[in-house]
Design a protein around this ligand. Sequence first.
Ligand code: HEC
Ligand code: HEC
Ligand code: HEC
Ligand code: HEC
Length: 156
Amino acid sequence: MKSHVLRPLWVVIVVIGLILLARQFIVPPDFGVYERGFMYGYHRKSNETEWENFKVKFRTKSYCKDCHPDKYESNMSSKHRIIQCENCHGPAIDHPENPPKLAIDKNRSLCIRCHAYLPYPTSQRAKIKGINPEEHNPDMECVMCHNPHKPDMEGW
Ligand code: HEC
Ligand code: HEC
Ligand code: HEC
Ligand code: HEC
């Protein structure tokens, strides 16, 4: 073979060799195929116990129902029914023991996260009513005018 073919070929072989060598050090020893199947075949075995020990942080809405019935009712009868209380108030796994009160965030950024107008044509995100945060009543908390538990605009 001509050397202009051979020389880059050697480079390729050396690079592949280096990758195989590095792999020996980087890939954890318990990485492999455990259950045969199409999906999730390759994984790190010890990751299974890591996920079993993972502490779930969220309780979802039905948990709040008995202690905060007013907020639950208004939320469920509004367009915010499809979002979770904990999306705005943070995780409630050990509430009301620890913490006894969940956070109340009145910052505009809490709402802008979902309501800044984004014209993604192929995404459901574009269907959420959007505002331009720089023009829509800047310098005021959104909750001065909108009830976070019942934000429906009917009657405005
Ligand atoms: C077993 C009853 C109980 C459950 C269940 C419960 N809470 Fe509470 N929550 C309390 C008590 C008691 C307080 C402290 C008293 C107060 O200020 O209302 C509190 C306080 C709060 C506060 C702060 C209120 C304030 O005025 O500062 C928020 C926000 C809150 N809870 C949200 C939630 C959410 C969201 C859920 C469901 C994920 C939830 N709570 C589930 C009993 C409960
Ligand atoms: C869109 C964000 C959002 C969602 C969703 C939400 N909250 Fe709130 N919540 C707030 C904000 C902001 C305040 C503070 C409002 C204010 O002071 O004007 C608040 C205040 C509260 C308070 C204490 C103040 C009060 O008026 O008594 C409780 C309790 C509470 N929320 C419970 C809940 C529960 C339970 C749910 C679900 C059923 C829920 N929240 C869903 C944003 C939210
Ligand atoms: C001074 C009061 C006031 C403040 C503060 C305010 N809004 Fe509004 N908002 C209104 C009024 C009034 C309307 C209805 C008329 C309009 O569309 O401008 C409205 C409309 C909306 C709509 C519906 C838009 C549509 O296309 O129908 C959304 C979403 C909204 N606001 C979100 C927010 C968010 C998020 C914040 C904080 C970043 C905020 N608003 C702050 C008064 C306010
Ligand atoms: C996790 C995403 C999320 C957050 C955070 C959120 N919203 Fe919404 N909001 C929604 C969705 C989804 C709807 C319903 C869209 C629909 O059905 O048209 C909605 C609807 C609204 C509407 C329009 C109601 C109508 O009649 O069309 C207003 C106003 C509003 N939210 C204000 C707020 C305010 C103020 C905050 C902050 C306290 C907030 N939202 C936080 C997702 C969110």
